[in-house]
Design a protein around this ligand. Sequence first.
Ligand SMILES: [Zn+2]
Length: 200
Amino acid sequence: MPFTNEGFDTIHQLLKQQNLSLMPGPFNSQADVFKAYRESAQLITRTIPHEAGHAVVGLALDAGDVLEWIAIYAVRDGLPGGGCKWGEKSCPIEHQWMSTVGGMAAERLKYGDYLATTAQFDKADLARAGFNPARLPEFLDKCGDLIRSNDATWKELQQLLYERTVGDLNDRIDAIRQGDIDVGVVTGQEARDIFKKHSA
Ligand SMILES: [Zn+2]
């Protein structure tokens, strides 16, 4: 199934079936619990294009060789969130800023905006890297252009992240509940292969 709004519905159904919410709670009513499933499904559905966006920008800026993995969510320090894991590689500071902005830019491309909750980690990373927040609109545009010019890679990464996430929510629910696995993982090698295929 293509990754579209049906993706949200599928993930939402799965979370409800598995009684799995990523939200911290407390939940004081059944309505709160249902809201948490919806918000969790929204977070996962947003994280797919977001993380694929980070990855595609890094791949396009020649950092693919140090991409270790992409994941849709893991709970770290009590906070759920996706991630791209990169090894060390020296690059121009502008490239580092671009790859950090890539997630927000991708979410904006797909949904017209980005979620403040997922952006807060990226914004903190940008601040640590000396980024001037006044330049965010400029970088959102630049990253959006770069993602659009690698559209086939971005879409295929999203599809694979989505399939892996749904697979994990079906098959690895106990480990997910214990919070000791990353969900929806795509390896750096798989991402490099997809990028190479579409760049040929
Ligand atoms: Zn991000």
